[in-house]
Write a protein of this length. Structure first.
Length: 420
């Protein structure tokens, strides 16, 4: 929609063109009629400048529309009565009535008033006759029809623009809300990831420090100086590991061994638990044929660390068997079996450790299984598919399978994750 300055330019230019054409190209019969026509043109221009101009843009005072319509109708009627060419004043009157009226009803009504005024002026300006009435009626009907059609079309375009502006504002607000929700969800996911990392690294290491410190204190009180010194050395090593893990967490890197070979990383982790616990841990990595990507290594090493920690703290096992298989395509299986006291897997909520492992495996589109029963030991199996863009179910079909060993489990819990 045009601004005040735009309408100022249009009214000035069109008024000047009408005045020049009226004087030099289409002059009326007498000089008096010319003067009257020019006076009507000036009246219209003053009505616009003093009344209509401030109503072109909102807010609009209610009195300005009827006041401008009255002035425009009088000017158009007098001008058309003085000189037929003054009917051209409708080209300014109609659009201004629609703009200032700011509604379809006012636009149509104002256009009818202008058309009626032009009809009266053109019909009776040179005396009433059949020809003048026919000419005035024809001019009024065609101009009114054209004005209403153009006015409705422009009004529809204006409403469409306002609707688009409203929808754009709503879309912008919705996008802002989605961004805020995404940030909140991302922060929540990051907190959960950090909680899992802390539980799987620092919490486990600090728990080991407590155990070693208690052992060293007991050995010292019993006079076992050499044993206490060995335990203190283990405490120092575990503390260094905790420091390295905390630095890795701060740097937002996985606190896992940095050996290029996955098998070496597993061996180092198991050696650490061998030094900490009483259970004998047997490792079988004969099935490692391919290479794992970084994310899969993190998942398996974290789960192995959590499983061995649970065995040390809760199982009371004498023997633990750890087997790892990695296919040439990158699919992997990790199995941890112990001959400990076992537990009932049917009640939900077995602790943060198992839930954390389930979440990690689910995010990797893998399968998580726990088979255990009181007095029968526990077997934990994790399967990760080949990293690809295929569907998770299709990828899981190609997982390598380890032969089942140990006592048969009475109950099995399986969790299969969907690719995030």
């Amino acid at each position: 929609m045009l601004t005040k300055r735009g309408w100022d330019a249009i009214v000035s230019i069109v008024s000047a063109v009408i005045a020049i054409a009226l004087v030099f190209l289409f002059p009326p019969a007498t000089a008096v009629r010319t003067a009257i026509a020019l006076g009507a043109l000036v009246l219209f221009a003053l009505g616009y400048a003093l009344i209509g101009r401030d109503a072109v843009e909102p807010p609009r005072a209610a009195w300005r529309y009827p006041a401008f319509l009255s002035v425009a109708a009088v000017a158009a009627g007098i001008g058309a009565g003085a000189a037929p060419f003054m009917a051209m004043l409708q080209t300014l009157a109609y659009p201004l009535v629609w703009v200032i009226g700011d509604s379809r009803r006012r636009g149509v009504g104002g256009s009818a008033v202008i058309a009626g005024s032009v009809f009266v002026g053109a019909s009776f300006g040179y005396g009433p006759s059949i020809d003048s009435l026919l000419a005035g009626g024809t001019t009024a009907v065609f101009s009114l029809s054209f004005a209403i059609a153009i006015g409705l079309w422009i009004a529809r375009i204006a409403e469409y623009g306002e609707e688009r502006e409203r929808l754009l504002a709503e879309l912008t607000a919705a996008q802002t809300q989605v961004e805020a929700l995404s940030r909140e969800r991302g922060a929540s996911a990051e907190r959960e990831r950090l909680a899992r990392d802390i539980h799987d690294t620092l919490a486990q290491t600090l728990a080991g420090l407590v155990i070693f410190a208690e052992r060293a204190g007991r050995q010292s009180r019993e006079g076992q100086t050499d044993a206490a010194a060995t335990t203190i050395a283990a405490v120092e090593q575990v503390a260094r590991d905790a420091l390295a893990e905390s630095r890795a967490l701060v740097a937002r890197t996985a606190a896992v061994p940095r050996e290029p070979a996955f098998g070496a990383a597993v061996e180092r982790l198991i050696e650490r638990f061998r030094a900490h616990g009483a259970a004998r841990i047997a490792l079988d990595t004969a099935g490692v044929e391919g290479e794992l990507d970084r994310e899969a290594q993190v998942v398996l090493l974290r789960c192995l660390q959590e499983a061995l920690s649970n065995v040390t703290k809760h199982a009371g096992a004498a023997k633990v068997a750890v087997r790892v298989a990695v296919s040439a395509g990158g699919a992997a299986v990790l199995e941890v079996s112990d001959d400990g006291r076992g537990f009932d897997v049917s009640p939900p909520g077995r602790g943060f450790g198992l839930e954390g492992m389930r979440e990690r495996v689910a995010l990797a589109a893998g399968a998580f299984e726990v088979a255990s029963a009181p007095g029968r030991g526990t077997t934990l199996t994790i399967r990760l598919p080949t990293v690809s863009h295929d569907a998770p179910d299709a990828a899981a079909e190609s997982l390598p399978v380890l032969p089942t060993t140990g006592d048969a489990a009475d109950e099995v819990v399986r969790t299969k994750g969907d690719r995030a």
